[in-house]
Write a protein that binds this ligand. Structure first.
Ligand code: BGC
Length: 281
């Protein structure tokens, strides 16, 4: 990390035991935002299932780290865009934990290309992991939440789903039409689920991260020039850290947000505040 991209104004993250006794599954949990979210849920008292597709060693190391917080953790390999693998993953999690209270549908990727050069394969890959993957995982979670109902001893809700979206559910993105479309789709998926499932006390919300320091966007923060350019898009004048998203996820998974349903929480340092208009317009 360069000096210019380092941060001396980071918040002090705190992890009260808001999720004690709850069972969580985080998809795409062994890197970037998913890794911080899984770790944060564990620090907050939840048992955590870490879904991954590559880098098993990282997932296994996370199991050890999260167990160190005094909770259970397991690593589960599955491709979220594959229906059979998703079903098998849920069976594994339910066998290990007995039930599920929290799903963070986080797994996502980018396959960027100029519009006229984007292949069908690039389009399909992004839509199938980012959007269809959230459909397949949330569907299995909802089945378990419906079957079980409210566990009053741990939460007022019968289950909580957090869809990992992006500022690009509202900000169009040249060269990333597949990715922006998948995130726009997540918004309607999330809201439709929230409307349908609220009467059952199942809460569904999204987090829309802005630029967060993870491998997916390394090229926008790992050189001083790129970082300076990125700051033109972020009124708060720092890149987001994965823990910023983890804190939001703990809030949305906990009863502190019990009346929050069908919402998107933008965690973006003001990226969606049209920063170009600070001096223009
Ligand atoms: C993308 C990142 C990007 C950020 C802000 C995210 O959803 O995955 O690559 O830096 O949005 O543009």
């Amino acid at each position: 990390m360069s000096d210019e991209s380092s941060n001396d104004t980071l918040p002090h993250y705190t992890w009260p035991l808001l999720l004690a006794g709850q069972k969580a599954l985080v998809t795409g949990a062994n890197s970037g935002i998913g890794k911080a979210v899984a770790t944060g849920l564990g620090r907050s008292g939840a048992d955590v299932a870490i879904n991954y597709i590559t880098d098993e060693d990282v997932a296994e190391a996370m199991v050890k780290e999260i167990e160190g917080f005094g909770v259970k953790a397991i690593a589960v390999k599955a491709d979220v865009s594959n229906e059979d693998e998703v079903r098998a993953m849920f069976n594994t999690v339910l066998d290990a934990f007995g039930t599920l209270d929290i799903l963070v549908a986080n797994a996502g990727l980018q396959r960027d290309a100029a519009y006229d050069e984007m292949t069908l394969e690039q389009w399909n890959k992004v839509i199938s992991v980012n959007l269809t993957g959230q459909f397949l995982c949330t569907r299995e979670a909802v089945k378990e939440f419906k079957r079980r109902g409210v566990r009053e001893e741990v939460s007022a809700a019968a289950g909580k789903i957090i869809c990992m979206s992006s500022v690009h559910q509202v900000i169009p993105w040249s060269g990333h039409a597949n990715y922006a479309s998948s995130k726009g789709g997540i918004d309607m998926l999330m809201q439709s689920m929230a409307q349908e499932l609220a009467p059952l006390h199942i809460r569904i919300n999204s987090i829309a991260p802005g630029a967060i320091r993870t491998p997916i966007n390394r090229k926008v923060w790992d050189s001083p020039d790129a970082y300076a350019k990125l700051m033109k898009l972020i009124p708060y004048q720092r890149i987001g850290e994965p823990e910023d998203i983890a804190q939001a996820a703990v809030y949305l998974a906990s009863d502190m947000s019990d009346y929050v349903n069908g919402s998107t929480l933008f965690v973006d340092g003001g990226m969606t505040c049209y920063p170009g208009f600070a001096t223009g317009g």
